[in-house]
Design a protein around this ligand. Structure first.
Ligand code: G6P
Length: 480
């Protein structure tokens, strides 16, 4: 990973042609360390080359409270850090973004909290991001805003800079109106989003929910995803609401999976697990949307019932730490660790572990080795915008083997139709699907994996960003 010295001051203010605005910058640095590293993650891989090509800018938070850093250049991208105070982190990030919008938009799996002070912070911080983007963008530039933390930015930006072409991509689900309408600020958020020329969603259903919410609240015409928005001066403009399913950098996963040292590491992982017949794998941020408890319940019962034999099968569960100061996440961690302890207490022997639980995140090389080591990948999300882990597993299976068990509530289910589809709330159905996966003949594994791999190759992340930016360009040219 590239390491850079602290940034130089007084970089000439740019007039970028393309500005990405996201809650996080594409770099971070350790608490005790002043050098910047490129953050791992799909969005960075996807957008960095496009931003580099255009000499563009990226506006975002450096991930630590009260950190004030001047804009600086990193790997050909002009980075514009937005400072969040300790209060902003508590109220805008942990509060409104992750304790109001996140649970509400994931179908209230956890109860959303509505606090007026959090909303005020959300407005204030969104304005700060919009101002930073407005200052970085050249005349007539394209600004691409990302995700639920910044839903007010498109409209704020349009008011500040009517010359800009504005895109917004929503990485998480957009709920049905019956749920969305709980939000005390439901009209302001829709108005915020409608400031964009193109509003992208993961699934066709999300785009439909958004258009219906706009129709219900404002009565605007929303035919075929083209929303007619009055401009206030008697005129009108069109905003497009459409699905653009996000993807991964498929080729880089394939390349890693072909490396002999990573294949050797996969074999070593199986050996370290005691060479069980079946390795089951779960990989998630530790989040209540991911259905980790449902997965543990199903696998625990399969051990209880003797359908999975002690010593024959192991579940490896990677749960990477996330949003650890939000109460619902603290509670979830306790529940999961209790469940793992119970299963292991009942089924472990001195030499064998039923569930190998890893509360860490790992570099991509180790993840690909884990994917290669796993016979069955369990993606049991209760609600998920896309779920890129499902796509990473498929991309890594260059050997054509392995079985993906995939929740119908993950966006990836729309594309990955050759996976074993499950409803994670149906524990009996989930148990049966796990057993079908465990005993699936190799020929069937190959047939399904071939179709899955084709899909992930055809729609990789550069195809995704090209589609979105192509539609934005069409807006500029007036032929959207
Ligand atoms: C989801 C969201 C992203 C977010 C990521 C990690 O994928 O869609 O916007 O960045 O989770 O969460 P964090 O709160 O650590 O940024």
């Amino acid at each position: 990973m590239a390491r850079h010295p602290p940034p130089e001051r007084n970089v000439v203010p740019p007039a970028a042609e393309l500005v990405v605005v996201a809650n996080r910058l594409p770099v971070d640095r350790g608490e005790d360390d002043s050098s910047w590293r490129r953050s791992p993650g799909g969005l960075v891989t996807a957008l960095e080359p496009v931003v580099q090509r255009t000499g563009g800018a990226w506006v975002g938070w450096a991930g630590q409270p009260d950190l004030e850093v001047e804009p600086f250049d990193f790997d050909g991208v002009h980075l514009v850090p937005v400072t969040l105070s300790t209060d902003d982190v508590a109220q805008y990030y942990e509060g409104f973004s992750n304790d109001t919008i996140w649970p509400l938009y994931h179908d209230v799996i956890a109860a959303p909290t509505y606090h007026r002070a959090w909303w005020d912070a959300y407005v204030r911080v969104n304005r700060r991001f919009a101002e930073a983007a407005a200052a970085a963008a050249g005349e007539g530039a394209t600004v691409w805003v990302h995700d639920y933390q910044l839903q007010l930015v498109p409209r704020m930006l349009r008011e500040m800079r009517p010359d800009l072409v504005i895109g917004y991509f929503h990485h998480i689900p957009f709920p049905a109106y019956g749920i969305y309408s709980q939000l005390p600020w439901r009209s302001q958020v829709l108005e915020g989003l409608l400031g964009a020329d193109v509003i992208g969603f993961q699934r066709v259903a999300d785009a439909g929910n958004f258009a219906r919410a706009v129709r219900r609240r404002f009565g605007y015409d929303t035919r075929a995803g083209a929303i007619t928005v009055p401009t206030g001066d008697g005129g009108q403009r069109t905003a497009i609401a459409k699905a653009y399913p996000i993807s991964i950098d498929t080729a880089s996963y394939e390349e890693l999976a072909q490396r002999p040292e990573i294949q050797a590491r996969a074999a070593e992982i199986r050996a370290e697990l005691g060479n069980p017949d079946t390795v089951l794998l779960g990989v998630d941020r530790l989040d209540y949307t991911k259905g980790i408890r449902h997965r543990l319940k199903a696998v625990g019962e399969l051990f209880d019932d003797g359908r999975l034999g002690t010593g024959d099968a192991t579940l490896v569960q990677v749960a990477s730490p996330s949003r650890e100061r939000v109460a619902a996440y603290v509670q979830l961690r306790d529940e999961i660790e209790l469940a793992v302890g119970r299963i292991n207490g009942d089924h472990d022997t001195i030499g064998f572990t039923a569930v190998r639980y890893l509360h860490h995140s790992y570099p991509r090389e180790e993840m690909v080795a884990l994917y290669l080591a796993a016979d069955v990948m369990l993606v049991t999300a209760l609600r998920d915008g896309m779920n890129l882990v499902a796509k990473e597993y498929v991309a890594s299976r260059v050997d054509g083997r392995g079985v993906l068990v995939l929740s119908e509530f993950a966006g990836a289910a729309d594309e990955l139709t050759q996976a074993l589809r499950v409803n994670p709330h149906d524990i009996e159905g989930l148990k049966d699907a796990v057993m079908t996966a465990v005993s699936m003949p190799v020929e069937e594994q190959r047939r399904r994996m071939r179709a899955l791999r084709r899909r992930v190759r055809d729609n990789d992340v550069s195809a995704w960003s090209a589609r979105f930016l192509g539609d934005l360009r069409a807006v500029r040219g007036g032929d959207a």
